[in-house]
Design a protein around this ligand. Structure first.
Ligand SMILES: Cc1cc2nc3c(=O)[nH]c(=O)nc-3n(C[C@H](O)[C@H](O)[C@H](O)COP(=O)(O)OP(=O)(O)OC[C@H]3O[C@@H](n4cnc5c(N)ncnc54)[C@H](O)[C@@H]3O)c2cc1C
Length: 401
């Protein structure tokens, strides 16, 4: 049986950033990344909006706020060093009605409290200068927001991990984990391995992995599908950068928005509907075991009680394209349903506790031989380097390596 000092489960951006940092920090230790797919970054990391967030939305003092703020800068420095393309195209958060102005001003204050530089509240004229096709009564302009391909970032982290001597084992699904006196015994589809320590970065499956080690802390991941459309090339030029609505502060999702991608295309979306499978990218994907897992979890019903109305609205927007287009028209009135095509989707892992509270901040749980990244939703891709530095600090403080 192969032996390792540390096994990391999950080859998404968090597992790979952590692997790279560990390989750099402990060059004489044997580290392996176990990834069930035949390549890295094929789930959340490969299906996201590709935005380098500035850190506006998050509660001051939270890990999300701190890690996003520093992650934005660290990520750009990393990309400069390793030749990864990104663009600081800026983001406009648009209040489309007077009733949203107060929330927009509060967002501005929150961004300032989080240290986000160069935030500017702008009126309709300046709004039109930045995004000539957007409409609103007021907007928040964030020039420190950008776009990137997180698959390229993940591939670079993986390459550096392997260069430092790490082992990346793809097509290797972890099936079972048993704690032993000295560490963990891991059964995979390829082989059985032994590791002194384990780091769980399994994204949408992180709670299932944590269960093996009694480390869920009562949290459960609920999968939320986010559906996108592309703008046809002839209308894509109506969008210069990122155009977002004022979000509902009680929800961790940001609302349907326009996102310029690093390849020049523009996407509209994503909405947020409960997915009937953790890795269900099509509306019709259905996993009966996972559905039963959701329906029998008390927290799901608690969440439904609080958020049933917004849940229904999102569902309605998912089934009826005209409703999706209506949300887009609030931001860019000229868009019509003929302008959007090529639907695609991503699935977000969102943690909920037993009472049904949506966990807003990152959640990283420690056990004596293991660390579990249980909640790493957006902006975790932006914050991948500070998250991995935080895990490295926990490893150094708690594990005698
Ligand atoms: C629609 C959408 C839009 C988003 N937009 C943004 C954005 O613009 N900016 C931003 O900063 N963040 C964004 N995010 C959030 C960001 O993408 C995620 O926070 C981040 O990708 C999480 O990375 P991860 O490594 O934790 O998870 P993942 O990328 O999901 O990786 C987990 C990996 O674990 C593997 N795995 C699971 N179970 C096992 C097992 N049993 N054995 C072996 N391997 C296993 C999976 O195959 C997967 O590769 C978005 C997310 C979504 C879904």
């Amino acid at each position: 049986m192969k032996k390792f000092d540390i096994a990391i489960i999950g080859g998404g951006i968090i597992g790979l950033a952590t692997a790279m940092r560990l390989a750099e920090g402990f060059p004489d230790r044997k580290v392996i990344v176990l990834e069930k797919e035949d390549d890295v970054a094929l789930h959340q990391t490969g299906h996201n909006s590709g935005v380098i967030h500035a850190g506006i939305y998050y509660a001051p003092g939270s890990q999300k706020a701190g890690f996003c703020y520093s992650g934005n800068e660290e990520l750009r420095r990393y990309c400069d060093d390793y030749g990864i393309k990104y663009e600081m195209c800026g983001k406009l958060i648009v209040a489309t009605h007077d009733t949203e102005v107060r929330a927009l001003e509060e967002l501005h204050d929150r961004g300032v409290a989080n240290g986000v530089p160069d935030l500017e509240v702008v009126g309709p004229e300046r709004l039109r200068e930045i995004e000539p096709h957007a409409a609103g009564v007021m907007a928040l302009w964030s020039p420190n927001t950008g776009i990137i391909d997180y698959r390229a970032v993940s591939a670079s982290y993986a390459e550096r991990f392997v260069t430092f001597g790490g082992e990346l084992s793809t097509s290797t699904e972890v099936l079972n984990i048993a704690a032993t006196q000295e560490g963990v015994h891991i059964v995979t589809t390829k082989e059985e391995i032994y590791a002194a320590k384990l780091i769980n970065c399994a994204g949408l499956q992180a709670d299932q992995i944590a269960k093996h080690m009694d480390a869920t802390n009562g949290l459960r991941i609920l999968p939320f599908r986010g559906e996108f459309f592309s703008l046809k090339p002839e209308v894509a030029r109506m969008v210069n950068g990122l155009i977002y609505p004022v979000p509902d502060p009680s929800m961790p999702f940001l609302g349907v928005h326009f996102t310029k991608r690093i390849d020049g295309t523009v996407e509209a979306g994503p909405n947020a509907v409960l997915s009937f499978a953790r890795e269900g990218y099509r509306k019709t994907d259905f996993n009966i075991r996972e559905i039963l897992g959701i329906l029998t979890y008390r927290g799901f019903w608690g969440m439904s009680k609080t958020h049933w109305l917004s849940g229904l609205e999102e569902q309605y927007r998912s089934w009826f394209k005209y409703k999706f287009v209506k949300s887009l028209q609030k931001l860019v009135p000229e868009i019509s349903s003929q302008d959007i095509w090529r639907p695609s989707a991503g699935v977000r892992a969102q943690c909920v506790d037993r009472t049904g509270k949506l966990i807003q901040d990152f959640a990283i749980v420690e056990r004596s031989n293991s660390i579990h990244v249980l909640n790493a939703p957006s902006p975790a891709a932006t914050a991948s380097l500070p998250i991995s530095d935080h895990i490295l600090t926990l490893v150094k403080e708690s594990w005698d390596l």
